[in-house]
Design a protein around this ligand. Structure first.
Ligand SMILES: [Zn+2]
Length: 128
């Protein structure tokens, strides 16, 4: 659980209440693909499976997500390595990132992800 006044886990340096929390609560959409990526990372940290599923392409998303499993990786640090497009006036974009985790295992998940926007909402599509 993260309080609004705590630093957001996504790495912007902002407080959670001014960063990913309003996105998780559906108060506003992510303005860019990178911000959606960041908010999805923090959703893993705060174990908000509903947000992850809601921002996942309905075609590629899993039926459910088990984030409470004792062996589930504990993500703690996100690095955005590269972005292509994905801005406020784009309808698709690519974000390359490294997500560091610890817990039962320790390591880095490095992925290049594709995102698209429908209406005002960005969605995670797939790893490329
Ligand atoms: Zn954030």
């Amino acid at each position: 659980m993260i309080e609004d006044t705590q630093r957001c886990p996504c790495g912007t340096g902002l407080r959670y209440g001014e960063c990913c929390a309003p996105l998780h609560r559906g108060e506003r959409p992510a303005p860019t693909a990178e911000m959606l990526m960041r908010s999805r990372f923090s959703a893993y940290v705060v174990r908000d499976a509903a947000y992850l599923l809601n921002t996942w392409d309905p075609i590629t998303r899993p039926q459910s997500l088990e984030l409470e499993h004792p062996d589930a990786p504990e993500f703690y640090l996100l690095e955005i390595l590269r972005t292509e497009r994905g801005g406020p006036f784009d309808v698709e974009g690519v974000v390359e990132f490294a997500a560091h985790y610890r817990g039962a295992a320790r390591g880095v998940q490095r992925e290049t992800s594709r995102f698209y926007k429908r209406d005002k909402n960005w969605f995670y599509q797939e790893a490329i």
